[in-house]
Ligand binder design. Structure first.
Ligand SMILES: *[C@@H]1O[C@H](CO)[C@@H](O)[C@H](O)[C@H]1NC(C)=O
Ligand SMILES: *[C@@H]1O[C@H](CO)[C@@H](O)[C@H](O)[C@H]1NC(C)=O
Ligand SMILES: *[C@@H]1O[C@H](CO)[C@@H](O)[C@H](O)[C@H]1NC(C)=O
Ligand SMILES: *[C@@H]1O[C@H](CO)[C@@H](O)[C@H](O)[C@H]1NC(C)=O
Length: 164
């Protein structure tokens, strides 16, 4: 039987260019007893995505209260708050109900819907206002976490990182 560390290395290696992110997210979760199979990894990724979206939502709230922010950006951020709230709600249901109770449900579609909400926020900047760089970094990070979840989901279902 392999040591858990080998399991983490091997499993994360299968996510290919997201390997480093995979290892860092898994390593930063303290619950060692919940790293025994690929489904545990998926739960950790989705949970991390939720925590990051909660933090992004607080950031948005804070920014809308920042009087130095230009009106256009504030207006976009206010719209984004709704989309991030919807993403939070969806991820909570996914994590606390669907993922644990019906692991065979079509999680792919749910995650795609969440990615769609986050993209809608990002698209609001296009052609009007330069996207603040701190916001772009936040967006890129949460999207990379979603991609990691997609890959893990496909590894579980298809034994490969792409959808089957
Ligand atoms: C990591 O995965 C690649 C293929 O993506 C494979 O060629 C390589 O041998 C793997 N490395 C380890 C240590 O498993
Ligand atoms: C998600 O993470 C939080 C904080 O790290 C933890 O308290 C919670 O139990 C986790 N939820 C699941 C379903 O793993
Ligand atoms: C809110 O934003 C201000 C800058 O606009 C920053 O100084 C402050 O630390 C932020 N607060 C939180 C809770 O992020
Ligand atoms: C932003 O909007 C407020 C009222 O909605 C207005 O008083 C203010 O002048 C605007 N600021 C800029 C920089 O456009």
């Amino acid at each position: 039987m392999k040591a858990p560390n080998d399991f983490i290395q091997d499993t994360c290696n299968r996510t290919e260019d997201f390997k480093d992110l995979c290892i860092s997210v898994i390593d930063s979760d303290p619950r060692e007893d919940l790293k025994l199979n690929s489904m545990d990894f998926l739960v950790i990724f989705i949970n991390r995505t939720l925590q990051v979206i909660i933090d992004d939502h607080s950031y948005l709230l804070n920014q809308t209260l920042n009087e130095e922010l230009d009106n256009r950006t504030r207006h976009i951020f206010m719209g984004c708050m709704t989309l991030y709230q919807m993403s939070k709600d969806s991820l909570r249901v996914l994590l606390n109900e669907e993922l644990l109770k019906q692991p065979n449900a079509d999680l792919n579609m749910k995650l795609q819907q969440i990615e769609g909400y986050l993209d809608l926020c990002q698209n609001d900047f296009e052609g009007f206002t330069p996207t603040p760089s701190t916001w772009t970094s936040r967006y890129d990070y949460v999207i990379s976490l979603l991609i990691l979840s997609f890959r893990m989901m496909n590894l579980i279902k298809c034994n490969y990182i792409r959808a089957c």
